[in-house]
Design a protein around this ligand. Structure first.
Ligand code: SF4
Length: 336
């Protein structure tokens, strides 16, 4: 399958300002040399702890934030450098669904008008706009008559349906879903996830699904990327990642997922310490202060993201779990 989105060496930094004069005293590297490809019609899950840079990456991809450097190839065009008219013309093709649709909806505007906003900006005639809003409301499981109601008249799940309608009304090709179910009750989460899956199939969408919840990501993704301190540390197809995680960080995250069977528990791997400051990340492997199997080399050399076995599409950035295991610690054995 060909890539719809290709991210090449993408970096996003934010200045850290301090003192009376608000001088820049450092930079937070929220996205740190990320390379990714997302195939047409694919759902790529992006997971990691809060503050790892996943939402920043999503916002850069839809150009709500400007990248610091790197390329974002979308259908062959470099979104990273597009500005003004050219960027506006392409905007309808990539959209974002937020965690809290309430904050994106004007409480004094009927939801139909909020959904239609993007259509008006892109010059769609009013009559046709009404038709498309009604069609979208039906598609997300609401009624056309709901267009006249205000955001506070809906439940959390219904508001997320409105957020989805708003993102999809322009018929985008690529949608970033940024924690779209984490503010919802578990029973409603399943409905919204199933709706997104159906819409993805029906409209042939390409999705980047961002979540800190690995159980949710497992439900919806074709492939999964794991992010730590701005970097991708592991990526592979969903089944391989959940069956055979290689990076110690991924293993710790997966060990925290509850097993839905009474009496059965996983052996939980509790990570030591907090996520280090992204202003001053540790040298070598950024995960080494928390890694249960860190070796001497880990504090000195940053591992590359590379195949876990020759020719494999399962990539991880770990000295001890990839390549020829030349840096194995004396007590560590090679994975089978
Ligand atoms: Fe742990 Fe070293 Fe692998 Fe980093 S490179 S994940 S510190 S073993």
């Amino acid at each position: 399958m060909s890539a719809l989105v290709e991210i090449v060496d993408l970096v996003k930094t934010f200045p850290v300002k301090s003192g009376m004069l608000r001088r820049t005293t450092g930079y937070v590297r929220a996205v740190d040399h990320v390379n990714l490809q997302i195939a047409k019609g694919e759902t790529l899950g992006l997971v990691g702890e809060s503050g790892c840079g996943k939402s920043t990456l999503g916002r850069v991809l839809v150009r709500l934030l400007d990248p610091t450097s790197g390329r974002i190839l979308f259908d062959g065009k470099d979104l990273a450098t597009l500005q003004g008219k050219e960027l506006r013309a392409l905007r309808s093709q990539f959209q974002i669904i937020f965690q809290d649709p309430y904050s994106a909806l004007d409480p004094r505007t009927p939801v139909g008008n909020s959904i239609a906003e993007g259509l008006l900006v892109h010059g769609v005639p009013k009559e046709e706009g009404h038709e498309r809003v009604h069609e979208m409301l039906r598609l997300v499981g609401l009624q056309p008559s709901h267009a006249q109601r205000y955001p506070h008249e809906f439940s959390g799940g219904q508001r997320q349906r409105i957020g989805i309608a708003r993102a999809l009304v322009l018929h985008p090709k690529f949608v970033v879903c940024d924690e779209p179910v984490s503010a919802l009750d578990v029973s409603v989460q399943a409905q919204i996830l199933n709706l997104l899956k159906e819409l993805q199939r029906e409209l042939n969408l390409t999705l980047l699904f961002i979540s800190h919840n690995l159980a949710v990501v497992e439900h919806i993704s074709d492939r999964v990327a794991v992010m730590y301190l701005g970097r991708i540390v592991e990526i592979t197809d969903r089944d391989t990642l959940y069956r055979d995680p290689r990076h110690p960080y991924t293993q710790a995250l997966l060990s925290a997922i509850p097993i839905p069977e009474p009496g059965r528990k996983r052996r939980r791997q509790v990570l030591q310490g907090d996520v280090p400051s992204p202003v001053n990340p540790p040298a070598g492997c950024a995960f080494h202060p928390r890694c249960p199997i860190a070796a001497e080399v880990c504090a000195k050399e940053a591992p590359e993201l590379r195949p876990t076995a020759p020719g494999s599409r399962h990539l991880a950035s770990c000295h001890l779990r990839t390549g020829d295991h030349r840096h194995l610690a004396p007590t560590e054995t090679a994975p089978a």
